[in-house]
Write a protein that binds this ligand. Structure first.
Ligand SMILES: Cc1cc2nc3c(=O)[nH]c(=O)nc-3n(C[C@H](O)[C@H](O)[C@H](O)COP(=O)(O)O)c2cc1C
Length: 381
């Protein structure tokens, strides 16, 4: 029975070829940041309030000028359809129905125009400045013309990640399947047949800049991580983008304040799901210092390692206003099919948040406060 995100992850492991599962789950080097992201949440303990009426629990939240049914959404993930053909569109539909945001990556499998039609007004768009500012500007224009009003600018992927699992599988981007992988595909027949029928998962959103343009996808992907982004790029984007602007991948207080000063509407505390730097601090550990730096009212998001509704409440208690999750949605799509996957994550996480709110003695998210946080004893007590 699929009752938790962990159940969905186990299901995904059973149904995916090893190299695809590893691409989704893996991180660089010793993968310490992956474990740390999860463990840091598990280490936080909460102190319930008692004898407070909490029978009218409301999960909804106002964020960046819009009402969402709950305080969570989907983090941007390139080549989402690697998890299962049709994942991008089905997730966008499921989130739109649930009145929750889906973030489409620049490297998403489906174009922003198609995704916006599916997402019922709940699509956010994530920008990588790759190649040229002309392409970045065009991506912004396409998003705006599709009705997207929230842009996420990712700034934490300076250089390509050294993900050893991918290197050992000789996983190449764009995805190409070599004959040596046949045994892995044979072990995952449903995924392999579905993918053979749909064609290899790609980056449909970038298609426009490839056909007949002289651009090469490989070069374009390499250009996303050339250590070239500077603060001036944020200023340029702030001038260019009229909608809400979130800067994603900020882990330090001083950097967050600089984003704030340059006019970003929000900062997302994220270590890219532990996919860039093995020794990175977890985002939940980094959050309190970022909150202290930007003051009590500046909008903050958090992702990386969120796996339960209780994790989301912990992030809100420590100063986040909104939370997104990445891998859980891809695991769900792989485990139970793209049409059901997103709905299942929403159902599980909503139920967990609602239950935890009740057990904490709260009726609404606004009631979460520092008195709920247990301060651990020093390790050598
Ligand atoms: C398969 C995969 C692809 C990703 N691609 C992108 C991307 O294109 N742009 C981006 O900003 N972050 C990308 N990320 C990072 C996610 O947006 C997010 O920060 C991370 O997955 C959150 O951690 P979690 O998976 O533990 O929830 C990707 C993550 C995964 C797992």
């Amino acid at each position: 029975m699929m009752l938790t995100i962990a159940d969905l992850q186990r299901g995904a492991k059973r149904r995916l070829p090893r190299l695809i599962y590893d691409f989704i789950e893996g991180g660089p080097g010793a993968e310490r940041a992956l474990d740390r992201n999860i463990e840091a949440f598990q280490d936080i303990a909460l102190i319930p309030r008692v004898l407070t009426e909490c029978n009218k629990r409301d999960l909804s939240v106002d964020f960046l000028g819009k009402r969402y049914a709950a305080p969570f959404g989907v983090s941007p993930m390139g080549i989402g359809n690697a998890a299962w053909p049709g994942t991008d569109l089905a997730l966008a539909r499921a989130m739109g129905e649930a009145k929750l945001p889906y973030s489409l990556s620049t490297a998403g499998s489906t174009s922003v125009e198609e995704m916006a039609r599916a997402a019922n007004g709940y699509l956010w768009f994530q920008l990588y400045i790759n190649m040229t500012r002309e392409i970045a500007a065009d991506l912004c224009d396409r998003a705006a013309a599709s009705g997207v009003d929230v842009l996420i600018f990712t700034v934490d992927a300076n250089v390509p990640s050294r993900r050893l699992r991918d290197m050992r599988h000789q996983l190449a981007m764009p995805l190409k399947f070599r004959p040596g992988l046949i045994a892995q595909f044979a072990m995952a027949p449903q995924w392999s047949i579905a993918t053979a029928l749909a064609g290899p998962p790609g980056m449909g959103n970038l298609k426009k800049y490839l056909a007949g343009s002289g651009n090469d996808l490989k070069e374009m992907l390499a250009a996303m991580a050339t250590s070239r982004l500077i603060w001036d790029d944020l200023s340029w984007l702030r001038d260019r983008w009229r909608g809400k602007l979130i800067v994603k991948g900020v882990m330090g207080g001083a950097d967050a304040r600089k984003c704030q000063a340059l006019g970003a509407d929000a900062v997302m505390v994220s270590n890219h799901g532990g996919r860039q730097l093995s020794s990175a601090v977890s985002s939940i550990e980094a959050l309190p210092a970022v909150r202290a730096a930007v003051g009590p009212d500046y909008p903050l998001l958090l992702d990386s390692g969120v796996r339960t509704g209780e994790d989301i409440l912990k992030a809100l208690t420590l100063g986040a206003n909104f939370v997104t999750m990445g891998r859980p949605f891809l695991f769900a799509s792989a485990a139970i099919g793209h049409e059901q996957g997103g709905r299942k994550v929403v159902e599980i996480v909503r139920a967990e948040i609602d239950n935890a709110l009740g057990n904490l003695g709260c009726n609404s998210l606004a009631e979460l406060g520092p008195d709920l946080l247990h301060t651990p004893l020093p390790r050598n007590y």
